[in-house]
Design a binder for this molecule. Structure first.
Ligand code: UD1
Length: 428
């Protein structure tokens, strides 16, 4: 069990580099099993979820080893399509392996992904999309058995622009006969990063970043001896989290390796709160005002709307903003678990269903609080940075699932924060 001990009251200052994005790295790692050439993957974040994905790949016969700053992956001898059960349960993103395994082997066996900390997270859209490509799916004893020996391109309309379902269908469709069209596809930048990777390894994908993604079945031959390099896109949620931290502490920071257009919705809300935000290519600068102003309305939505993965951090920010702020969580139910913990620090809000009305207070006070999920845990850490006195964030290993040594990044910006205990814990 790990805790973060934060002594609040220091305005953050300085420059930090944003790490590669977990949500881009995971599907790209899954897709690496399709590559005929070795892969050199740069900026892959060092996170528990990434380690789990690498262990799953290893169990399927994909070799990986460090190569300087990169990870070298070699899928030429991959020989298994049955996912290791324990690891699959530990990592929700293991579901991403279904599409690539079906594309490579014509078959896949996977367990239902394990526990969910932010509400019910079904996979019906993934399975419906795959079955429209001709995959025969049976569910037995908690296992999902897929027979995709006769993959055929299809016109698929998603009922909701699910990020994971769009990615899974894209990866299966590369081996289908003919074209696949995914309509109402997710438009998240991570989809574009996956598509860029798929194109490098020889797949034919167009339309990524729009709501219509087209995949032409088949793959170009690539040289089995020449490694293909790919750099994972910067993590827009890490960037947004660090900017919130600076805003809440009255600080002034610059972020390198941040793509301003990817976080445009968050930057607009930071400006609304009174921050001065300047954006250049791959760089964002933020200066906080003396007192944050209320944010009239934050509604989480699929990209390019405001990301649900930044809702908790902005919730923490709004607890300190002058006036009344409103947050509506549309993407996941049950994603306000950080709220009651923030009340322990002096926050004031009311909740009805998916809507929270926050009345900003002039100060938070340090307390012992518990991270209930990844982003909520980050939000509590930010609150601790802004609070008077000492805050202990328990179960901080949840935060490690999405942030590479968050406390080190924050320390480098002047924060007084340290870790107690180890980092290792399985995803719940
Ligand atoms: C991805 C991100 C996650 C982010 C989320 C929304 C990764 C590894 N994770 O998760 O950090 O919070 O996008 O931006 O990229 N849904 C269904 N049926 C399905 C699939 C999803 O009903 O088959 C629902 C979910 O319950 C949820 C909504 O669709 O309410 C969004 O989920 P989705 O876009 O699929 O998120 P993930 O890909 O799981």
């Amino acid at each position: 069990m790990a805790s973060l001990i934060v002594t609040g009251g220091v305005p953050l200052s300085g420059t930090a580099r944003v790490s590669g994005a977990k949500n881009a790295a995971l599907p790209i790692l899954a897709a690496s099993i399709l590559a005929r050439s070795p892969i050199l993957l740069y900026d892959c974040p060092k996170l528990r979820d990434v380690e789990n994905m690498l262990s799953i790949l290893a169990a399927l016969g994909v070799k990986h080893e460090p190569a300087g700053e990169a990870i070298l992956l070699d899928a030429s001898r991959a020989d298994a399509y049955v996912m290791p059960q324990g690891l699959s349960k530990a990592l929700r993103s293991s579901i991403f392996m279904l599409g690539p395994l079906i594309a490579r082997f014509g078959s896949a066996v996977c367990t239902f992904p394990g526990g969910c900390e932010i509400g019910h997270r079904p996979i019906d859209l993934h399975l419906r999309g795959l079955s429209m490509l001709g995959v025969r799916i049976r569910e037995e004893h908690g296992l999902i058995l897929c027979d995709g020996s006769d993959l055929t391109g299809a016109d698929i309309h998603l009922d909701y622009p699910s990020v994971g379902a769009t990615e899974n269908i894209m990866m299966a469709a590369v081996a289908a006969k003919g074209d696949t069209v995914i309509r109402n596809a997710a438009r998240e930048p991570e989809i574009e990063d996956l598509a860029a990777f798929l194109r490098k390894i020889g797949c034919f994908v167009t339309g990524d970043g729009t709501s219509t993604v087209v995949i032409r079945g088949g793959m170009k031959r690539t040289d089995p001896h020449a490694p293909i390099a790919h750099r994972v896109m910067p993590d827009r949620i890490v960037a947004g989290t660090l900017l919130c931290a600076a805003a809440m502490t009255g600080g002034e920071i610059a972020l390198d390796n941040a793509v301003p257009t990817h976080i445009a919705s968050a930057l607009a809300k930071l400006r609304e709160a009174g921050c001065t935000v300047t954006a250049a290519e791959n760089r964002v600068f933020l200066r906080a005002p003396k007192r944050l102003r209320e944010i009239k309305l934050i509604e989480t939505l699929p990209y390019p709307g405001f990301p649900t993965d930044l809702q908790a951090q902005f919730f923490a920010l709004c607890t300190l903003a002058e006036g009344t702020s409103i947050i509506v969580e549309n993407v996941f139910e049950n994603r306000f678990k950080h709220g009651p913990e923030l009340i322990r620090m002096g926050a004031s809000y009311t909740q009805k269903d998916r809507t929270v009305i926050l009345r900003g207070v002039s100060r938070l006070t340090g307390a012992r609080v518990t991270a209930k999920d990844l982003r909520g845990g980050a939000a509590l850490t930010l609150a601790g940075l802004a609070a008077e006195g000492e805050t202990t964030v328990e179960d901080a290993e949840l935060i490690d699932r999405g942030y590479e040594r968050l406390e080190e990044t924050l320390s480098s910006l002047g924060a007084r924060i340290r870790r107690l205990g180890s980092t290792a814990k399985e995803e719940p």
